[in-house]
Design a protein around this ligand. Structure first.
Ligand SMILES: NC(=O)c1ccc[n+]([C@@H]2O[C@H](COP(=O)([O-])OP(=O)(O)OC[C@H]3O[C@@H](n4cnc5c(N)ncnc54)[C@H](OP(=O)(O)O)[C@@H]3O)[C@@H](O)[C@H]2O)c1
Length: 224
């Protein structure tokens, strides 16, 4: 049985924080989420921006700094209006359509992971280039192949920022190494998404660390 103690996030320098979240092997795929204590992964406005806070932002940013690439579901990119981020962004989409704010990204900054049956495949190939358009299945994306293709590009520290349906697919495929999960001290009720959606699974987690700041708890768990 693992016994963890809650450590103050504020006691860690940026270097110590980076060390606390170091990947354990290559490739390493981690997923980062935030929710309220009652499990809502979306705030009252339907977005995660309205539930995150300074402590969550510090770890969110530290994970981005470490990452070689970001892997994000098209639904989250559309909902949150992602602009071109500082790290290469892999869009996961069955439709294969590049979300609006990302269409004028510099060459190579956006990679599309999609399927042969995607309705927007040809326009996406034309705009991103065939080398940045990964077709990884007929109707469903082979997520093992995705992890490997990204590692083959040299992107071994892979960070998924969600959303819940993509997380469900990644866990069901058995490709997630780690969950980084922040719980903010709020209750919001309502019918909001939890951090994992779309599949019935039962996966054991191995806790690694717990940090705390102003009642916000930031955990790190491994998936076996
Ligand atoms: N609390 C948090 O930390 C956090 C993090 C991220 C997102 N969110 C919130 O979650 C909400 C969005 O939830 P969501 O579950 O809809 O997000 P999502 O998983 O990012 O989006 C679903 C869409 O992504 C694509 N997708 C997901 N899994 C796929 C797979 N296995 N294969 C192919 N395409 C796949 C599909 O795009 P196409 O429709 O283009 O085919 C699908 O319609 C937003 O409100 C966002 O703010 C919260």
């Amino acid at each position: 049985m693992t016994h963890l103690s809650l450590k103050p996030l504020a006691d860690l320098t940026d270097d110590e924080l980076a060390a606390a979240y170091a990947p354990r092997k290559e490739p390493w795929l981690r997923v980062n989420f935030v929710s309220t204590v009652d499990g809502a992964a979306q705030g009252p406005d339907g977005l995660s921006k309205s539930i995150n806070n300074a402590a969550d932002k510090r770890v969110f940013d530290a994970l981005r700094v470490q990452a070689d690439c970001l892997i994000v579901g098209a639904g989250t990119l559309r909902a949150e209006g992602y602009q071109v981020p500082s790290k290469p962004l892999v869009v996961v989409s069955r439709s294969g359509q590049v979300p609006e704010g990302l269409r004028d990204a510099p060459d190579g900054r956006i990679t599309m992971a999609t399927v042969a049956s995607a309705s927007h495949l040809e326009e996406t190939r034309a705009s991103l280039g065939a080398e940045n358009t990964l077709v990884l299945g007929e109707h469903e994306i082979d997520l093992h192949a995705l992890k490997k293709e990204l590692a083959d590009k040299g992107w071994v520290d892979q960070l998924s920022e969600g959303g819940p349906h993509l997380f469900g697919s990644l866990v069901a495929a058995g490709v997630v190494d780690e969950l980084c999960y922040t719980i903010v001290p709020r209750l919001i009720g309502g019918g909001h998404l939890r951090i994992l959606a779309g599949v019935d699974i039962d996966v054991a987690l191995e806790p690694v660390s717990l940090l705390e700041q102003d009642g916000t708890i930031l955990g790190r768990w491994l998936l076996s």
